[in-house]
Write a protein that binds this ligand. Structure first.
Ligand SMILES: [Zn+2]
Length: 347
């Protein structure tokens, strides 16, 4: 079968790889239908120290082909969402909804050889990992599939920023970042009752338009000190009740902290790169920092009804679709910001 393989700096190739097989009675094989390319895949692509050659991709949906003898929650033919990390569903962390810390869990393409940008994958701990979109396992309406795919990572990550920061009714929320996670955080903040969402840090017209359709009330095109000043002007000099940091760079993190009102909270979900936190800033402003790696599996149940009912359509973050054969082009386009997020049609 074919799968995307990372071969080192800026090189993704569609290689012939072995068909997945059931290795443990708790495994399932999933025939992948759609996959996403994530901002964190882009960090790998840009040679940030990932092993090569290695399978890549961790946002995917598809149909169960085969299950091991101990799998109970899914059966062949079920249409499923696969979270960006697999988890056993039984350990203490899983039971409290922190599946990303699962003691037996792991990342696609690392702890297990299989990954999401390919024709199929063996999924460990199928009962703890896979989530059916519909209770009877049937395939949902085609139009809903991109949005359901976002629940595997990008939307549930933006949602985690907003939930961790306790966005509440009436809050002014500033989202730092114009990537797909930031756009999803805008939508999540509105779902949780924010009265005003400010999106900071983008001067791209297409991203600004999408931010507005996701619910942003104000767009700030500046960055750094200028963006902090702009937020202060919009908030009567007091700062934003909540700031959602969705980039992960040192500058965006610092900007987020300085935009936050005294006693406010910064929710962060951007994978941190070189971030050093000024504890004095937190101390003087009584600012709370919350967030981290989103337990996507935990949030799927809470957010899926809004997708299935059409209340939210986070699948709009996929601004271009590619066949699996064009996976290298999809990475190149995302790397050059020619698309916000690629949707890969596998079959
Ligand atoms: Zn677990």
């Amino acid at each position: 079968m074919k799968a995307a393989v990372y071969h080192g700096n800026h090189t993704i190739r569609l290689d012939e790889v072995p068909e997945p097989t059931i290795k443990h009675p708790t495994d399932a094989i999933v025939d992948i239908e759609y996959a996403g390319v994530c901002g964190s895949d882009l960090w790998t692509y840009r040679d940030q120290g990932a092993a090569a050659p290695n399978r890549i991709g961790h946002e995917f949906v598809g149909t169960v082909r085969e299950v091991g003898s101990e799998v109970r929650s899914v059966r062949p033919g079920d249409w499923v969402i696969v979270p960006f990390r697999y988890s056993d569903g039984t350990c203490g962390y899983c039971r409290k909804g922190l599946e990303t810390s699962c003691v037996n869990g792991g990342f696609w393409g690392r702890e297990t050889a299989d990954a999401g940008q390919g024709e199929a994958a063996c999924v460990p701990f199928a009962d703890g990992t896979l989530v059916k979109a519909l209770p009877d396992g049937s395939r949902p309406d085609e139009r809903l599939i991109p949005s359901l795919l976002t629940l595997s990572d990008v939307f549930t990550t933006g949602y985690h920023a907003a939930v961790s920061a306790h966005v509440s009714k009436g809050d002014v929320v500033t989202v730092v970042g114009d990537g797909a996670v930031g756009l999803c955080a805008i939508m999540a903040a509105k779902m949780l009752g924010a009265s005003c969402v400010i999106n900071a840090g983008s001067s791209h017209a297409d991203r600004n338009a999408l931010a507005q359709s996701f619910g942003a009330d104000q767009i700030i095109t500046s960055r750094g000190d200028e963006a902090v000043d702009d937020v202060m002007k919009l908030t009567g000099g007091e700062g934003s009740d909540v700031v959602l940091e969705c980039v992960g760079s040192a500058q965006s993190f610092d900007t987020a902290l300085r935009m936050c009102t005294a006693g406010g909270t910064v929710g962060y979900v951007g994978l941190p790169h070189g971030v050093a936190i000024d504890a004095g800033l937190l101390f003087r402003g009584n600012i709370t920092i919350a967030g981290g790696m989103s337990p996507a599996h935990h949030y799927i149940a809470a957010t899926m009804p809004a997708v299935l009912s059409g209340e939210i359509n986070p699948g709009m973050v996929y601004t271009k679709q590619y066949p699996l054969g064009d996976i290298a082009l999809a990475y190149d386009d995302m790397d050059h910001r020619r698309t916000i997020k690629p949707l890969i049609r596998v079959r």
